[in-house]
Design a protein around this ligand. Structure first.
Ligand code: ACM
Ligand code: ZN
Length: 568
């Protein structure tokens, strides 16, 4: 009898050591199938086995995870069976992964790099946030047991960055990519050219960066007559851009470069004034807004120039898609009384005659169609496809183009109805240069608008689309224009946590989205970002403004890691 009661007491003790099934789970984006069970797996000093059938890039992604684990736990792992096994399962889709976590072993399955990258990101988010830090931390280094089967809703999960209005160094750009990878984004739209600075080295046209990469000062806020008097600029060399392409690729991210044409070209026109309708002179813009001067559509030299630039773009960027811009070509706001150059240029008039374009409100759109089509043919002949801002849809867009819907959702809906692929990036939900709070005086100065994280989260990309048109929606992207953003702290404040909300729109099936659950997960994500040294906005916690940074003191972070080290 006594022996039986000791046995029962021992069982009870064992059961109490067993962790109950977790009630919360703070991984962002939330996996599409999560089944947590009792118990945990201890990762400190774990054995790691990597399937020899995995490709080298997937092995390298696993190695980055292992290095983070060793740094944060302070204990080396062992290369052996019987711990965490990374296994190639060719039956899974390229971005799919499966985690099977048992008390004594973990199995991670994927078929390709992206699946392994996302499996590792999910594992990291299930560990204490110190896994994102750069030093050893005393935490409870365990994973919850359970099974996760996960894959994204949309294939195109993009984030844009504007290095033209303000320039972001290679290191800052890599941090941006790190954050994107953390939330399983896979397309980086790099807006390399604009009126205020040309940022891409082009060997055939050296003046683009000698002249076009520099501006004589910058307007102060929205006082268009002002200039801070500080010469500003910078550009990326071919090697630096290739470095970014490689760094992104290791994290499952494709870089999509944008050469914005035929508008937003004042920096290029300053370098090569013969490419404009008037012949200049032009000056790299020091203010924001929409410029009147654009590339001349009647001058064949312009197409020689564009093909020369795009040839080098293709040498550096292996992406299937090249973004050719196409936005805001007409009606520039800086010189309201001046006609659009295409309306008065003899060369453009001759081109319109040659094409049989009649005078009238459609004429300029049809001429823009001609420019888009010529560039599209050149890229298609070289095995690439174009993406254009939704203005390219006006008039007659050539089949095969993909439309990026930014002036609300209507361009994307119209494109999909007409059989074009589309990427949804409506300014009403996806412009992260907008204010996050209504208390503007507490926020850093912004372009305008109001886009708190709840509004971002509420976006449903299929709204307004018929079932037949829905497959044309390749995915969703947010844009971060940087007219009023000059420092990395401010950039990250605008990016996060709105990009976390974006990631759930891109990744989660519609029935998996839940703002209350997401909002509850943000505390964990904030500590992750703290550990990464990345800034973010805390307006969802009632703290508005950059002065709340650094987000936490090192002591607060250490205390949190001791008190509350888990995401589940
Ligand atoms: C844009 O915001 N002009 C695409
Ligand atoms: Zn012209």
């Amino acid at each position: 009898m006594k022996r039986i009661s000791i046995f029962i007491a021992a069982l009870a003790l064992l059961a109490s050591c067993q962790r109950p099934v977790p009630q919360a789970f703070s991984v962002i984006p939330y996996p599409n199938e999560v089944n947590l069970t009792e118990g945990t797996y201890n990762v400190k000093g774990t054995a790691i086995a990597v399937d020899p059938a995995m490709d080298e890039a997937s092995k390298a992604a696993v190695q980055r995870f292992v290095s983070a684990l060793e740094t944060a736990t302070g204990v080396k792992t062992k290369q052996a069976d019987g711990g965490i096994a990374f296994v190639r399962n060719a039956s899974l889709a390229p971005e799919q992964y499966v985690l099977d976590i048992q008390p004594k072993a973990v199995r991670v399955e994927a078929s390709a790099l992206n699946g392994f990258v996302y499996a590792c990101e999910t594992l990291k988010q299930m560990l204490p946030p110190a896994i994102y830090g750069s030093s050893k931390a005393q935490c409870d280094w365990v994973l919850p047991c359970g099974r996760i089967e996960d894959q994204p809703r949309f294939a195109y999960r993009g984030m844009h960055l504007d290095p033209s209005r303000h320039f972001w160094s290679i290191e800052e750009t890599k941090r941006y990519l790190d954050v994107m990878a953390t939330y399983k984004l896979n397309r980086f739209h790099w807006h390399l050219t604009d009126d205020q600075g040309w940022r891409m080295e082009v060997k055939a046209y050296p003046r683009l960066t000698e002249v076009g990469a520099w501006r004589n000062g910058t307007v102060v806020k929205k006082d268009w007559s002002s200039n801070d008097g500080i010469r500003y600029g910078g550009f990326y060399t071919r090697e630096q851009m290739k470095e970014i392409v490689g760094y992104a690729a290791e994290r499952g991210i494709t870089v999509i470069p944008e050469i914005d044409l035929p508008g937003h070209m004042v920096a290029a026109l300053t370098a090569y004034p013969e490419l404009g309708c008037t012949g200049g002179p032009y000056e790299v813009w020091t203010r924001w807004g929409v410029a009147k001067d654009i590339l001349c559509a009647g001058n064949d030299q312009v197409f020689t120039f564009l093909e020369g630039v795009l040839k080098e773009v293709m040498e550096i960027f292996p992406s299937e898609y090249i973004h050719i811009g196409g936005d805001e070509c007409f009606g520039g706001d800086a010189e309201p009384n001046r006609p659009d150059p295409w309306d008065v240029c003899p060369k453009c008039a001759a081109r319109m005659r040659q094409l049989g374009i009649k005078k009238g409100p459609q004429a300029k759109h049809l001429l823009q169609n001609y420019v888009t089509d010529r560039v599209q043919k050149y890229l298609n002949d070289n095995g690439r496809k174009i993406i254009g801002w939704d203005e390219v849809l006006e008039g007659n867009l050539t089949p095969g183009a993909t439309v990026m819907s930014w002036r609300g959702v209507k361009g994307g809906i119209e494109a999909a109805n007409k059989g074009f692929d589309a990427i949804m990036t409506p300014n009403s939900y996806m412009y992260f240069d907008y204010y996050q709070s209504k208390e503007r005086d507490k926020e850093p100065f912004a372009i305008g608008g109001f886009l708190p994280v709840e509004n971002v989260y509420s976006y449903e990309p299929f709204e307004g689309l018929t079932p037949e048109a829905q497959p044309h929606i390749l995915g969703v992207q947010a844009n971060l224009w940087t007219e009023y953003i000059a420092t990395p702290e401010h950039l990250e404040y605008m990016l996060l946590p709105r990009m976390c909300a974006l990631s759930e729109i891109q990744w989660c099936n519609a029935d998996r989205k839940d703002f209350a659950r997401f909002n509850g997960s943000l505390d964990h994500t904030f500590f992750m970002l703290d550990a990464m040294g990345v800034n973010y906005c805390k307006d969802v916690r009632g703290l508005i403004g950059l002065e709340y940074q650094p987000a936490r003191t090192p002591e607060e972070l250490e205390q949190y890691l001791k008190d509350n080290p888990r995401s589940w």
